[in-house]
Design a protein around this ligand. Structure first.
Ligand SMILES: Cc1cc2nc3c(=O)[nH]c(=O)nc-3n(C[C@H](O)[C@H](O)[C@H](O)COP(=O)(O)OP(=O)(O)OC[C@H]3O[C@@H](n4cnc5c(N)ncnc54)[C@H](O)[C@@H]3O)c2cc1C
Length: 381
């Protein structure tokens, strides 16, 4: 097994790091506290080939691998944690599913704007009554003329407020087999948002309502039977969440390490207290272990979708590790770490959300356990 990056990967990562230092270092703290989608970052990343990293060149992307996109998240997050969300939106999430399953016409109408950093796409899976049990979703797609009428609502949809288009999971018929997806133009009549509210991380969300929204046939992405294909693509999104968890944990670790090497109490550097050294040792073990799991899942996927098992193991570990590391880093930095003057408390708050989003740690562990016992454990009574 070779754990080294190739020369090409190192060059790519170093190039992204140079870009981040030049364009993202200034304003990193302000960006973390601004809930708005950072359009300036998106446009600048588009101009520098950092959107569509995992998308084929024929579709306007960079033709890179999942590992390349992970390296980009790591490099960007090490300078500006918030900007890593733009790498996620541009290479990992619904954009990747659209690129995989969309028709040439859909790519022409939607993908171009997304890759130019002029638009953003959201994925609407979760509903008030369908969280972890996502296949309980109730949003319906009923035939109307050549297209469909969409009725239902979605919650917690990241960036929905700013999105041109929502890739919405819908129900064409009963059961898991009845689920597919459509591209809802957010300017369509019948799309409306509830009151804006915020997560602990500061990210905004608003319940999205689809009241008899007409979706023309050319905006259907996957018909009934599409759920498994959809979730296969969603594992790419999970790798992005995994990478950001670990990268924000690392950001906090580096900040705390720097602080421990300059802050003196009782006449000694913090780094000289064994009680704190062991915290750093534990953090480092988690960072290294998480990175191996993340890189395994990403590099085995190459230019395809990652394995569900490797993704689940990496995400469950890195979501917990990222949070634990950021939390300990905050402790090491004392009042300063807890203050909004440092990005460490931001990293901790963001990491906490990924323990829930995109398949909670518990749901991922259910999947891992199924692999252990080589049988499925239905969760329903
Ligand atoms: C920051 C953030 C961003 C998000 N972005 C999006 C997005 O862009 N699009 C989208 O569609 N959704 C999004 N979500 C929603 C997210 O996918 C759901 O919150 C998640 O699936 C959990 O659903 P729930 O919140 O309804 O919790 P519930 O499903 O009600 O679960 C509550 C708790 O019970 C546990 N639990 C549930 N079932 C089991 C079980 N069988 N075994 C063990 N434990 C179980 C869960 O792990 C959790 O701890 C986001 C959420 C967050 C926090």
């Amino acid at each position: 097994m070779d754990f080294q990056l190739t020369a090409e990967q190192r060059d790519f990562r170093d190039g992204v790091l140079r870009f981040a230092r030049r364009h993202l270092a200034d304003g990193a703290l302000a960006r973390a506290h601004d809930p708005a989608y950072p359009w300036d970052v998106a446009k600048s990343m588009a101009a520098n080939g950092l959107l569509g990293i995992t998308i084929h060149e024929a579709d306007g992307g960079q033709g890179g691998s999942l590992m390349d996109a992970v390296l980009a998240i790591e490099a960007v997050a090490s300078v500006c944690p918030r900007s890593a969300d733009v790498v996620q939106a541009g290479s990992f999430g619904a954009i990747r599913v659209l690129a995989e399953y969309g028709t040439p016409d859909q790519k022409d109408r939607f993908l171009k704007r997304l890759l130019a950093g002029e638009g953003v796409i959201s994925v609407g899976m979760t509903e008030p009554e369908a969280g972890s049990a996502v296949t309980d979703l109730r949003t319906t797609a009923t035939p109307h003329g050549d297209g469909f009428r969409i009725n239902g609502s979605k919650v917690f949809t990241t960036h929905a407020w700013y999105a041109d288009v929502i890739l919405a999971y819908v129900r064409y018929g009963p059961g898991v087999g009845g689920i597919g997806s459509v591209l809802v133009d957010t300017k369509s009549p019948g799309v409306r948002f509830g009151d804006k509210t915020a997560f602990m991380s500061g990210e905004e969300w608003a319940q999205t309502y689809f009241d008899d929204v007409y979706v023309p046939p050319e905006n259907v992405l996957l018909r009934e039977g599409g759920f498994r294909r959809q979730i296969a693509g969603f594992n790419v999104e999970r790798i992005g969440n995994t990478a950001r968890s670990l990268a924000l944990g690392r950001y906090a670790f580096d900040a705390a390490r720097g602080w421990a090497l300059q802050r003196r109490q009782f006449g000694r550097l913090l780094a000289e207290f064994q009680g704190l050294q062991w915290k750093f040792a534990d953090m480092k073990i988690k960072l290294d272990a998480g990175q191996l799991l993340l890189y395994r899942a990403a590099s085995n996927a190459d230019r395809g979708f990652p394995s569900p098992d490797e993704t689940s193991i990496a995400k469950a570990f890195c979501n917990q590790a990222g949070f634990d590391i950021a939390n300990e880093a905050m402790q090491v930095m004392g009042g300063l770490g807890y203050s909004q003057d440092s990005l460490v408390e931001y990293c901790m708050r963001r990491c906490r959300g990924w323990m829930i989003a995109g398949g909670s740690i518990e749901i991922l562990k259910n999947r891992i356990a199924e692999g252990v016992f080589e049988r499925s454990f239905p969760q329903r009574p």
